[in-house]
Design a binder for this molecule. Structure first.
Ligand SMILES: CNc1ncnc2c1ncn2[C@@H]1O[C@H](COP(=O)(O)O)[C@@H](O)[C@H]1O
Length: 348
């Protein structure tokens, strides 16, 4: 991690809604995995982007391929998922929606179903061990894998949604935004929506996705990941902005990730400001806290220092994230109560 955030941001109770599991593996866990698999000849510099470093988005996707080599058994996955959950809890995250792409590893016998079961088991174990965090899971569709795999993934997510105590709440569409087209994935996404899965879709992460975004907004999604190029000033359109606003679709915004991945030039040019000034629901998120060497406290501190937000405004932002989550109403109510209780201690 770069530099730890100040105490206010660490004590702030937080909600994380956009965290890719394999991108969230900490330096410590990564060192452990690397040492366990020396034959892969991987160094930590290949799995994380440090302070001041930048990579193209394409290079970021190469990093995930390296990480996937290190996490290819049920045992690795259980260990990594538990560690990621514990780290978010230690960072003051009280509600977490993790997302991950079910992966099959023929060499180790890991199947996609086992993959989802293992993530759910890690969530269960953390709860049983009293880790102070509520966790839900979004099954991810990697756009690179095309319509058949997307349909298969939706089926898997649907099966788990109906059979697992409400841990699986939705579906994520992610992966390299320059590969494939959303029109091919539309039927699978529509099916997911119809069966009650909440949809968190990466939209307009790169400039070339305008037409795809117009199409996918018709579903409509329940949240948008990044939405970097939605507004007219960056090549999007007023029509796209109006649609997002009319439907009040929250945006998941990841400052460090976008700057290090070079889709946003600098922090002060981040589209957070555009949407925040419109009063549109924005949720600060980490994206890949391991790869981008960050945590959620740092993201809040970064937003505060870049855009001049008061502690009061930061509090409102973290509380608003509860309403943008896919948590059931009863849990949302509990989270609001918790925030209310903590407010006098944290905002003094
Ligand atoms: C940087 N911005 C991003 N944009 C789009 N997709 C991203 C992403 N960051 C991560 N992923 C998606 O998450 C996977 C890694 O976690 P899981 O193996 O699923 O747990 C990546 O392979 C990619 O599909």
């Amino acid at each position: 991690m770069d530099t730890p955030a100040e105490p206010f941001y660490r004590q702030l109770p937080k909600v994380e809604l956009h965290a890719h599991l394999n991108g969230s593996v900490s330096e410590a866990t990564m060192e452990y995995l690397i040492a366990r698999k020396p034959h892969l000849n991987i160094q930590h510099s290949m799995t994380a982007i440090r302070k001041g470093q930048r990579r193209t988005l394409d290079e970021c996707f190469q990093v995930f391929k390296v990480i996937h080599q290190l996490i290819d058994t049920e045992e690795d996955l259980l260990l990594v998922t538990k560690a990621v959950i514990e780290e978010f809890a230690a960072d003051g995250v009280r509600y977490l929606e993790l997302r991950s792409t079910p992966r099959e590893e023929t060499r180790t016998g890991l199947t996609k179903r086992k993959y989802v079961e293992t993530v759910i088991e890690a969530i269960r174990q953390c709860k049983e061990e009293g880790v102070d965090i509520e966790v839900r899971f979004l099954v991810a569709v990697d756009r690179r894998n095309g319509p058949e795999v997307a349909a298969e993934t939706v089926k898997l997510a649907e099966d788990f949604m109906t059979s697992n105590d409400g841990v699986v709440v939705g579906l994520d569409l992610s992966g390299d935004p320059t590969v494939g087209h959303g029109k091919d994935l539309l039927p699978a996404l529509q099916k997911a929506k119809n069966c009650g899965l909440k949809l968190a879709l990466h939209l307009s992460e790169v400039p070339s996705q305008k037409e795809e975004t117009e199409l996918l907004l018709t579903i409509p999604p329940d949240r948008i990941g990044h939405g970097t190029f939605l507004h007219p000033e960056v090549g999007g359109s007023k029509c796209l902005v109006d649609k997002v606003r009319e439907r009040n679709i929250p945006l998941e915004l990841c400052l460090t990730s976008n700057v290090k991945g070079q889709t946003v030039e600098s922090y002060d040019k981040h589209h957070f400001l555009y949407w925040y000034q419109l009063g549109h629901p924005c949720v600060l998120c980490t994206d890949d806290k391991g790869v981008f060497s960050t945590d959620l406290s740092q993201e809040y501190q970064l937003a505060a220092s870049t855009f001049g937000l008061s502690q009061e405004a930061i509090w409102e932002l973290s509380q608003q994230a509860i309403s943008c989550s896919f948590a059931p109403d009863g849990l949302k109510k509990q989270l609001y109560e918790r925030w209310a209780l903590l407010r006098p201690q944290v905002l003094c």
